[in-house]
Design a protein. Structure first.
Length: 518
């Protein structure tokens, strides 16, 4: 059993410099968990960044094989934490054992996927060989590759204590790119954060990597977050969380004397467009599946389908009746934190008081604390378009059903949407061809467009795009999931007339790395 110390991991050492402490709570009971954690000081934050800065100068020269070995070792050490990690995460999030074990598998699989990508690269480097005899001017030898950005600050997410937190996709892709990392743990699950940090430290020691390649600080204060993103030695930030906090942090990164990239995944309502023929033929199944998807994780997924767009046509009443019945049978659920539950319940109250909305159904009554009930509302497309506030994400098990009068209004609605992580279009094959303009309009606002599928699963693969136009993310040209996530933490560099002895391995003539030679 690993002792949870409540300390920060800085340059390979467990340290603290303050007396201020905090604790996490069990959302299902509201009881304080039996661990105490030190609140990071300004000195701790500075030390963590300095450690990452020094380590980066060594780590950036590590080969792809060495970085892959580290990622594989981290995955193994996380698995070696066994039931202690699972039970700690359950106690801090109230998520069920199967969900935590599944998320652990995803986290380790993600680490190993990046390792495999390093060992078996598919993205080529580009080489232009010299042509000294070319007229009227000779052509020099130039080779295009990538270099890591530098120390990266990663913020843990509340809703994924493993897969989007300490050793999640941001950390994995940053380490794969050759960057050092400073994790600012999420205060809702600090014990989970410390245990995973312990596993990463073990892997670093095993692989003989620079001790400061990974650092972790725990904090409940916004000052530490501000200090980290504005530190001059920090070169990028990875964030998964609310639009409100993400906007604040993004603004801080742009106000620095030298701005840095802020890769934030913020919020999405993931609209589901159901075309008339599909609605007429499959209303009951569509409504049943919609409710099942929006109740996954009690609606606390960034891809939860919070918006359904239909026409006032055949099948609508069956759809609404089936959806309302399924919602009314949904049990109350536990939210990840009391703050998240309070925000959700406040947003639902706002919707209930909106005269433009009709409340379709609510689930079993919540019993207070961190609990909440599922809800569904209907609203006309014209009222929705006239009220931009209705596009704000309601983080929890809630959906708005938007009723359009005709095809033209459905197109108008699609054009009114703000940026989304995902959208789905449900239609029969022939019907989809008739709505190609609608499909194109929807595509302008989303990072992932699905057909006849709900959005809650996000595969870790080469073709995944998990991002989208703002406010879904702050960098829609990048993804936070899948092999391409590594590109966030690298930049291209052209090496011209570089002596062979100095060249990185991937750009040397005859290298096994994929090359495009001109």
């Amino acid at each position: 059993m690993i002792e949870i110390t409540g300390k920060h991991l800085i340059n390979g050492q467990w340290v603290n410099s303050t007396a201020a402490t905090f604790a996490s709570a069990n959302p299902s009971t509201d009881d304080v968990n039996p661990w105490t954690f030190f609140d990071a000081s300004a000195e701790d934050a500075n030390s963590a960044v300095a450690s990452a800065h020094d380590a980066f100068r060594q780590y950036r020269r590590k080969s792809a094989a060495q970085r892959a070995a580290l990622l594989n070792a981290i995955a193994t050490e996380i698995e070696n934490l066994g039931e202690q990690l699972v039970h700690a995460a359950m106690s801090e999030t109230a998520l069920p054992q199967m969900r935590i074990e599944g998320e652990r598998g995803r986290t380790c699989g993600q680490l190993r996927a990046f390792a495999n990508n390093l060992l078996n690269p598919i993205s080529p480097v580009f080489i232009d060989h010299a042509q000294p005899e070319r007229q009227p001017l000779p052509k020099g030898d130039s080779r295009l590759t990538n270099v890591p950005l530098g120390p990266v600050v990663v913020f843990g997410a509340s809703n994924f204590p493993l897969a989007f937190s300490t050793a999640g996709g941001d950390t994995a892709s940053a380490l794969a790119a050759g960057c050092s990392v400073i994790v600012k743990g999420h205060p809702a699950h600090p014990a989970t954060t410390e245990l995973v940090s312990y596993a990463i430290k073990r892997a670093i020691d095993t692989c003989d990597m620079p001790t400061g390649v990974f650092n972790m600080v725990q904090s409940t204060t916004p000052q530490v977050a501000q200090q980290l993103v504005q530190h001059p030695q920090v070169k990028a930030v990875g964030f998964t969380g609310s639009q409100k906090v993400g906007d604040i942090l993004n603004k801080l990164t742009q106000e620095r004397p030298i701005a840095i990239p802020f890769f934030g995944e913020l919020g999405s309502i993931n609209p589901q467009f159901i075309l008339p023929q599909k609605l007429a033929s499959d209303a009951v199944a569509l409504a049943t599946n919609q409710v099942a998807s929006m109740l996954m994780g009690h609606g606390q997924f960034c891809t939860s389908p919070g918006l359904v767009v239909v026409q006032n046509s055949k099948g609508l009443e069956d759809y609404l009746a089936t959806l309302a019945n399924a919602i009314s049978e949904a049990p109350a659920g536990t939210m990840l934190t009391k703050g998240i539950a309070q925000t959700y319940n406040r947003q639902v109250d706002t919707l209930l008081s909106n005269p433009s909305l009709t409340h379709l159904a609510s689930g079993a009554a919540a019993s207070g604390g961190c609990q909440s009930s599922a809800n569904a509302f209907r609203v006309s497309a014209s009222d929705f378009i006239a009220q931009p506030a209705l596009q704000e994400e309601v983080f929890g098990p809630c959906a708005l059903i938007v009723i359009c009068d005709n095809d033209e209004q459905m197109n108008e609605f699609a054009l009114s949407l703000s940026g989304q992580l995902t959208a789905s279009v449900f239609g029969n094959d022939d019907e989809l061809l008739d709505y190609i303009d609608l499909v194109d309009d929807i595509a302008q606002s989303v990072g992932r467009l699905m057909f006849n599928q709900l959005p809650t699963g996000v595969e870790v693969c080469h073709s995944m795009q998990h991002g989208g136009p703002y406010p879904a993310s702050t960098a829609p040209q990048t993804t936070s999931v899948g092999s391409q996530a590594i590109n966030r933490f690298m930049r291209p560099i052209c090496l011209q007339n570089m002596p062979t002895a100095l060249q990185p391995e991937e750009i040397k003539d005859g290298a096994t790395h994929p090359q495009v030679i001109v």
